[in-house]
Design a protein around this ligand. Structure first.
Ligand code: MF3
Ligand code: CO
Length: 251
């Protein structure tokens, strides 16, 4: 079942999403050479708790941290640890916050110091692919219209879209129906209706789309060792333009 959030629920959901977006911004500001991924996790954890919210990912299916920090060829679900960020790394941070009964979920990839033009292009295309998909996040379109727009844009730029992980509905649960793949033919899947809230999250690889998962059960890396980037926002379907909920304005 796809949940439709009413106006009262959306007041809470907006707050959860603002806290989540501020947490992402904090993580992004901390990305610089010499910082460990564990330091970022700790700071973001403490920020979320100080807002009166809970880190959505902490202990979710046994996930051991508050943030996923995925460096270079790590696609998603990188576990923060003693790794020291170095100049030239690209660093994906993915964070969720639970507040007043609702989750926000968002991610972005940040450059660590000066990075290659190739790496910057991957980051830019990944972010823009979200906005290409967003154009179809409107009443009357179907879920896979978003998927198709993302895939078309990514592949026209010479990159590939990860298949084995998808976006999702988000709300009282971190993962709700429907799945929102970043690939596929248009015109499939549920019709979009006002009040639906979706986490649209393209994961884009420089090389092949195949990934593998480390023995820790989480760390997901590209099969060919090339770079990967991620960009995600929680989005509300409305009567008109879609509303990105994971924004920091008005927190
Ligand atoms: N944004 C990711 C997702 O929606 C993060 C989940 S990580 C987990 O799937 F640890 F919570 F599983
Ligand atoms: Co998500």
């Amino acid at each position: 079942m796809i949940t439709i959030k009413n106006d009262r629920e959306l007041v809470s959901m907006r707050q959860a999403c603002k806290i989540t977006a501020a947490a992402r911004a904090l993580a992004g500001e901390m990305v610089r050479p010499g910082v460990t991924t564990k330091q970022i996790d700790r700071a973001v954890h403490d920020f979320i708790v100080a807002q009166g919210a809970k880190p959505s990912f902490l202990n979710y299916c046994g996930y051991p941290a508050s943030v996923c920090i995925s460096v270079n060829d790590t696609v998603v679900h990188g576990i923060p640890g003693d790794y020291v960020l170095k100049e030239g790394d690209i660093v994906s941070v993915d964070v969720g916050a639970y507040y007043m009964g609702f989750h926000g979920d968002c991610a972005a990839t940040y450059p660590c110091g000066a990075i290659s033009t190739e790496a910057q292009n991957l980051i830019d295309v990944t972010k823009q692919s979200f906005f290409e998909g967003l154009r179809f996040a409107a009443r009357g379109h179907r879920v896979s219209d978003i998927s198709h727009a993302i895939q078309t844009y990514v592949e026209s730029n010479g990159y590939s879209v990860v298949r084995s992980l998808v976006g999702h509905g988000v709300g009282a649960q971190l993962h709700e129906e429907p799945n929102v793949p970043n690939y596929g033919a248009p015109g499939r899947g549920p019709r979009l209706l006002p009040g639906m809230t979706l986490a649209i999250e393209p994961m884009v690889n420089e090389g092949v789309y195949d990934v593998r998962v480390h023995r820790d059960g989480w760390t997901t890396v590209t099969a060919d060792g090339k770079l990967s980037a991620h960009y995600e926002n929680t989005v509300l379907i409305t009567d008109g333009e879609p509303e990105i909920l994971t924004v920091t304005e008005g927190l």
